[in-house]
Design a protein around this ligand. Structure first.
Ligand code: ADP
Ligand code: MG
Length: 269
């Protein structure tokens, strides 16, 4: 639901980004990365942000995560201002940052350890989540023994062990081959939906955005502004399709061509 609609419906957004702008200052000068971004995400909603490389997608996620302070505007999660990293926000990156000397289970427990959680409870939850992510047989393996897709499953389990309400995903599949991407998309969506998370997925892959999320937000070229928003609905399917099913539906192709035009991709060289 768009920000204004959500407020009009009286629902409190989980994430509320209001009029956010960001300028980077470097020795070379000033770069305006984001300009007047407003975006609300409802509890349990999946939103994706697409836009060309350098348009400010990662910058926006870092601001929502509380890692970067906006130059203007504000972000709240459940009505509380975001002023720094918080346990209610989980952040998963393209690179999995697994520690090679820790077992899979111990890697999944990292966040819980840093947050000084009850480790017996965290361990139970980590084992449960690793099973859910298809990694139940690998608890005592080490990262080097796993494929790229398996490593990302572990990184997802680790993000979820501390039970954040909001999960931010920054191009989490871009290092994976295309078949693994398709397989993992279904699993990731299934796990995140069953956990009731609100999700913001950044991707430059139009198909991934359409298949995995409820709403696609298109950013313009730098400075990133919201160019358009599109609700992903698949009436030909009845119930909500899995990402894999979505790709075979007629609506997928319609959304794909709309978003392709919106992105205004130019091939250089
Ligand atoms: P995206 O994730 O969409 O590719 P980013 O958010 O990483 O884009 O970057 C947006 C713009 O801000 C780019 O032009 C990038 O070069 C610039 N930028 C990103 N991080 C920094 C930084 N730490 N200092 C200066 N400029 C930066
Ligand atoms: Mg990026």
């Amino acid at each position: 639901m768009a920000a204004a609609n959500l407020r009009a419906a009286g629902g409190l957004p989980r994430i509320d980004v209001r009029n956010v702008s960001l300028r980077y200052f470097t020795l070379q000068g000033e770069t305006q990365a984001l300009d007047d971004i407003s975006l609300a995400v409802a509890p349990g909603e999946f939103v994706s942000i697409i836009g060309q490389s350098g348009c400010g997608k990662s910058t926006l996620l870092s601001i929502i995560a509380g890692i970067l302070e906006p130059s203007g505007g504000s972000v709240t999660v459940d009505g509380r201002p975001v002023t720094g990293p918080s346990p209610s926000i989980g952040y998963m990156l393209q690179q999995d940052y697994l520690y090679e000397w820790r077992s899979i289970l111990d890697n999944a427990l990292l966040g819980a350890q840093i947050q000084k959680r009850d480790m017996r409870e965290a361990r139970e939850r980590a084992i449960h989540l690793l099973h859910k992510c298809g990694m139940g047989d690998f608890l005592h393996h080490y990262p080097r023994q796993l494929s790229g897709g398996m490593r990302q499953r572990v990184a997802l389990a680790r993000t979820l062990v501390t039970n954040p309400d909001v999960v931010l995903l920054d191009e989490p599949f871009s290092a994976l081959d295309s078949q693994t991407r398709l397989a993992i998309a279904d699993e990731v969506v299934e796990v995140l939906r069953s956990e009731g998370k609100s999700v913001v997925l950044v991707t430059h892959d139009i198909g991934e955005a359409i298949a995995m999320t409820d709403r696609v937000v298109v950013l313009s070229r730098r400075p990133g502004r919201i160019k358009s928003e599109h609700l992903m609905q698949f009436p030909s399917h009845g119930k909500r399709p899995t990402p894999f099913e979505a790709r075979a539906l007629p609506e997928f192709n319609t959304y794909f061509s709309t978003l392709w035009d919106e992105l205004d991709v130019h091939v250089e060289g």
